[in-house]
Design a protein around this ligand. Structure first.
Ligand code: NOJ
Length: 767
């Protein structure tokens, strides 16, 4: 202890000496662009304490429409004085070039700035919301989306995006469910890795890549009651098995940074949780990049009740391993006082500065700070035609067909009178979703316009909003139109403002006016196809019972209308699958297909005392993994490469898909496993592989999965990952509830491993 203290004092003194030296002369070495580690150490030696905390400070340049609005003359002086290391909510090749110029030409140490924004599902070309893209069950869609977003954002002067958002949630009351990948850690891990690959590409220093900030590290998706920012009172086991795997998968894919969550886990806010951040993330997993706090979260440690002063809050966060302070100014204004009274903090501070400078180095900013500021490139890149085409393809693949009675869809070649009903049919803003970056609603093709364009020459398409605050007869008009048509497309659900940050709901059924409209339209004696909009699973038992078909359309981005039309009129087959269960009622959540078994398993017989509600069936309305398609695809022929597996060889599990229908269709074959008996009870099913396939009529494909023994592991009470020898059930199906093929194998030895089991991708081949 004594020695540690002396070392810290010595380093504080060295720091002071270096400061004096640096102030005396303008350093040649600093002027040269350099990207070497010794340059970082040299900079560090020359920095004053104020410049150090400056590097750790992220300030806002504005917000949405007001991007760059705060870049006043006074703000530029802060840059000159080295008091800012990064800006968020800024954009534009030209304005950011000027800001960067001030930093690298007019500040003492000439350290470039880092420019960041929430580019989450598109920058200018807006793609479907994240939950929807994950519903494609196709990681390629995420990789493409992220790649295009990175190309557009980087051309606009940005280096860093606050994405991917990988928070698992089993509580759809939580508004931020829209931003993530749903309830399952395996699916979430695959999608997290795909996004990191897309944003960062092969080379972070390239002019068309941006650094990912995987967020919100911890268990942000498990807030009590689904209320945003609330405490996650979860077990160590569920933290490691359910919430952390996608963060690990993002690290394996190379994420350059993480953002810590606002909330606490059992009383420990992640922003100050040294065991989790410095311990698990850095020491155990080996992450050596940068970590940023969430907005004002360092100051909010006082609200959590674990710091009494700002300076104490700063000391806690820097000691936990949080490098950059987003927007609280605690590091800038209050950390120096903490360092003065506790010199040990200086080591943490220096490490944080190193991590920030290393991130700038990886992005190539010391070599060429202006590489991201080519205005001609920016103009060519934003909404390039191939980006728009990709937005349509991703949107098509994100749609989930929940129901299709009597194969009413697709509506091919019909010369019909089609009534499109609902205000959401023309709501362009909603299609931009939760993080619209620089998206513009004028560039959205509405659902109505898409249907009109896709309906074909003979069809007549009319629209009635049904809901209109200024027109009391709107509902009557919609009913009259429905009566006067051959078929109704009812667009209902939530608008964009009912999900997202700070938008949790206690009731996730349809909003009241939407329910009224739906009831009125479903009472008309016409076939009704529902296009269901929303950023979360919705409890819609009435629609499920009465509509003829339901397409979950989420918020689909710029190409929402054409994508929906492609599916409705049969230009493309729907094939999305739910990444999260849809409950029958809000009271059924939190819910997951992957619950632990009960000693008294749920039984449909209400007379028995079992693990169920007395007023609801035991299953969800639509289960995890559910989604229909055109065609008629059958799963058959489960084969296991061997009845046993050991710790070193994967087991091969294969199944055949055959399209017996007349139309092409998609199916996502899903592999679930269950450890039959172990020292810790295991979930009833865990997803361990999936592959989405398109099959033409009569086409047949065989898909093989090769899980390894590490993927059978659970997080033991001793904090170790262990796969216990014994029997494992194999379940292959088209949803978590639709298991078609079953088998079993034996793991012949107990194996220890290091990586969270759900973070490991299963090998998949298709023949
Ligand atoms: C708060 C949000 O929680 C986070 O996801 C986002 O990146 C920051 N604000 C910056 O906008």
């Amino acid at each position: 202890m004594m020695i540690k203290h002396m070392l810290a004092l010595a380093s504080l003194l060295l720091g002071c000496l270096a400061v004096t030296g640096a102030e005396a002369s303008a350093d040649e070495e600093i002027r040269q662009p350099a990207a070497r580690g010794d340059h970082i150490e040299s900079l560090l030696r020359q920095m004053t304490l104020e410049e150090k905390v400056g590097q750790l400070t992220q300030a806002a340049g504005g917000r949405s429409k007001n991007l760059n609005s705060k870049l006043t003359a006074e703000e530029l002086d802060r840059v000159r004085a080295g008091r800012v290391g990064s800006y968020l909510h800024v954009a534009g090749a030209e304005p950011l070039r000027e800001l960067q110029r001030v930093a690298v030409e007019e500040s003492r140490l000439k350290i470039p700035l880092l420019f960041a924004m929430d580019v989450v599902h598109g920058y200018r070309t807006i793609f479907p919301v994240p939950l929807a893209i994950t519903a494609s069950w196709d990681p390629e869609q995420w990789e493409t989306t992220a790649r295009i977003s990175a190309r557009e954002a980087a051309s606009s002067g940005l280096h860093w995006t606050f994405a991917p958002m990988v928070d698992i949630t089993r509580d759809p009351r939580w508004g931020r469910v829209v931003e993530g990948s749903g309830e399952d850690p395996y699916l979430g891990s695959i999608m997290a890795a795909a996004q990191v690959r897309g944003y960062q590409g092969e080379d972070l220093a390239a002019a068309d890549t941006v650094m990912a900030a995987t967020k919100h590290f911890g268990a942000y998706g498990a807030p009590t009651g689904g209320r945003d920012y609330g405490s996650a009172d979860i077990s160590e086991r569920s933290l490691h098995e359910t919430y952390l795997p996608p963060f690990h998968a993002a690290m394996t894919a190379g994420t350059g940074s993480y953002m810590t969550a606002f909330n606490d886990i059992a009383g420990r806010p992640t922003t100050a949780n040294a065991d989790l951040v410095n311990g698990t993330l850095r020491s155990k997993w080996g992450f050596d990049g940068m970590i940023v706090s969430d907005w004002n979260a360092i100051a909010e440690l006082m609200n959590h009740g674990i710091a009494t002063t700002r300076s104490e809050a700063g000391a806690l966060a820097i000691s936990a391993g949080v490098d950059m302070d987003m927007m609280s100014l605690v590091y800038a204004d209050d950390l120096p006082a903490a360092v003065a009274s506790n010199p040990v903090l200086l080591q943490h501070l220096d490490n944080a500065v190193r991590n920030v400078l290393k991130a700038k180095q990886k992005l190539g900013l010391f070599d060429d700070p202006f590489i991201y500021h080519d205005t001609a490139k920016e103009a060519a890149m934003l909404r390039a035609q191939d980006h728009i085409d990709a937005a349509r393809r991703v949107a098509v693949r994100s749609i989930v067909m929940l129901k299709n009675d009597n194969a009413i869809l697709p509506l091919a070649g019909t010369k019909k009178r089609i009534a499109v009903i609902g205000s959401l049919a023309t709501d362009r803003q909603s299609q931009l979703g939760s993080w619209r970056a620089r998206g513009d609603k004028a560039e959205v093709i509405s659902l109505l316009d898409g249907i009109k364009a896709g309906a074909g020459k003979g069809a007549v398409v009319n629209h009635a909003a049904g809901i209109d605050a200024d027109n009391p007869d709107a509902l009557k008009g919609a009913v009259a139109l429905a009566n006067d048509s051959d078929i109704v497309i009812l667009v209902t659900g939530e608008d964009y403002d009912l999900s997202g940050e700070a938008r949790s709901r206690s009731d996730i059924s349809l909003p009241r006016d939407q329910q009224r409209l739906a009831d009125a339209i479903l009472a008309v004696d016409k076939p009704v196809i529902v296009a269901l909009a929303g950023g979360r699973p919705l409890a819609v038992p009435g629609l499920a019972e009465k509509a003829d078909a339901i397409l979950m359309t989420w918020f689909l981005g710029n190409q929402a209308g054409p994508a929906l039309a492609d599916v409705i009129f049969g230009k493309a087959a729907p094939g999305g699958k739910l990444p999260i269960s849809f409950p029958r009622a809000t009271g059924q959540v939190p819910y997951s297909y992957g619950e632990y078994p009960s000693g008294r398993p749920a039984d449909p017989d209400p007379a028995k005392d079992t693990n169920r509600y007395s007023d609801l069936p035991i299953t969800p309305l639509y289960p995890f993994g559910h989604g229909l398609s055109y065609g008629d695809i059958e799963l058959s022929n489960l084969e296991l490469g061997s009845p046993t597996m050991d710790g070193s060889t994967p087991i091969e599990i294969s199944a055949t898909l055959t399209n017996n229908g007349k139309l092409a269709g998609d199916e996502t074959v899903q592999l679930y496993l269950r450890d039959r008996h172990s020292t810790i009870a295991q979930p009833q099913k865990i997803l361990r592989g999936f592959r989405r396939l398109s099959l033409k009529p009569q086409e047949k494909k065989t898909v093989s999965f090769t899980p390894t023994s590490d993927q059978l592991a659970f997080f033991g009470p001793d904090g170790k990952w262990r796969s216990e020898a014994g029997m494992f059930d194999v379940m292959v199906g088209s949803s978590a509830e639709t298991i078609v093929l079953t088998g079993a194998f034996e793991l012949t030895e107990t194996v220890e491993s290091k990586v969270p089991a759900s973070a490991i991708a299963t090998g998949v081949t298709v023949q």
